[in-house]
Design a protein around this ligand. Sequence first.
Ligand SMILES: NC(=O)c1ccc[n+]([C@@H]2O[C@H](COP(=O)([O-])OP(=O)(O)OC[C@H]3O[C@@H](n4cnc5c(N)ncnc54)[C@H](OP(=O)(O)O)[C@@H]3O)[C@@H](O)[C@H]2O)c1
Length: 428
Amino acid sequence: MNIAVVGLSHKTAPVEVREKLSIPEPQTEGAIAHLLSYPHIDEVAILSTCNRLEIYIVSSEITYGIQEVTQFLAEHSKLPIISLRQHLFTLMHSDAVTHVMRVAAGLDSLVLGEGQILAQVKNTHKLGQQFNGIKTTLNRLFKQAITAGKRVRTETSIGTGAVSISSAAVELAQIKVENLAPYRIAILGAGKMSRLLVQHLISKGATRIAIVNRSRERAEELAKQFSEVPIKIHLLPEMISVVSHSDIVFTSTSSTEPILDRAKLEMVLDPNHSLMLFDISVPRNVDADVNDLPNVQAFNVDDLKAVVAQNYESRRKMAQEAEKILDEEVADFDVWWRSLETVSTISSLRNKVENIREQELQKALSRLGSEFGEKHQEVIEALTRGIVNKILHDPMVQLRSQQDVEARRNCMRTLQMLFNLDAEEQFS
Ligand SMILES: NC(=O)c1ccc[n+]([C@@H]2O[C@H](COP(=O)([O-])OP(=O)(O)OC[C@H]3O[C@@H](n4cnc5c(N)ncnc54)[C@H](OP(=O)(O)O)[C@@H]3O)[C@@H](O)[C@H]2O)c1
């Protein structure tokens, strides 16, 4: 069995491609079932965020497993394999293990050290288990990655300053206008990213904020959290009117289709009114055709790269500290992963010895006859079990603790030969 990850990220693909590959949460169950229906995919987990779509697999035939994931991605995105391939990366074995740890720790994020990715990795783990994609190996891998992510956040200063895509978007807006205070700002969406937008906007001096959301309840809950600034609340049918009366609009909804485009804006925008749109959603909420309007300036997540470059420099040293923690977590996973190959030898040895114990016990009990009391039988049963467990304990511990691959395999071969075991050879 081997591990691989096939995917694409902000480092390998622009947002126009990433959004085609994105797998929204409601589609996760179907995607996992589809991937598991391929002959060489034994376990699967899907990590879909604004910055990346990654599919982790466990397969006994890893090359075929990778081909099957690539095939799935081409079908899902409706992109020909040839054009998709230039954006895909594939990592195998320990490289895949190291990668998921770096991702969970925020070291592979567009905004280095952002905290949201850890929650997204946890969600991948939860959904993978819920829809039966994650079994023994990926369960251990994701648990270890989550531990790694938590350790990096608590043992280094990489999370200080609460950086996120939202904070970077607010920073970009501030660079464009300098002083946010006089501007009428609208936020489309009232989810996690919108909450961070409001928080950063207020901390940067914004005072005229409106939220437009699909449901009123969530927007009201959000507004309540920021009593220092009066926040106006609107529902989606009022969106176009609110946008037309705003100077700056942030979009952060989970809509899979654009909710703003040229046609909608053209109808309501005064030609003398300049509008700036900051879209942090993937798939994008703002159609690229708005750029045809002379009075509209639109930015998306990929436009945040310039802002985050400065952030990257200041966090690079912290990232180096984090890499040391990740090395420890990777090594921990590796010990567990390697110990897996001893499972079949250990269970063969246990079965063999257990069969001997049961046969010899039955012989002894039948010789003792029916007058031999039940209580005495229990004592003899416990005695034989105790002896067997004690004899097997040391060889099992010794075998599992062999770190060196060849030394461990030699031990397994010796055990198989000496005890005449028919353990399946997993390491030939
Ligand atoms: N989470 C992150 O770390 C992160 C980072 C960067 C970018 N993003 C992107 O930001 C966007 C929002 O993410 P989030 O984490 O804030 O999501 P979230 O907490 O789940 O909130 C989703 C928001 O989108 C609204 N919504 C959902 N479907 C909609 C539709 N069809 N039309 C209009 N509104 C709709 C929801 O309205 P209701 O309240 O009515 O349900 C809610 O306000 C996503 O595109 C995501 O990829 C997320």
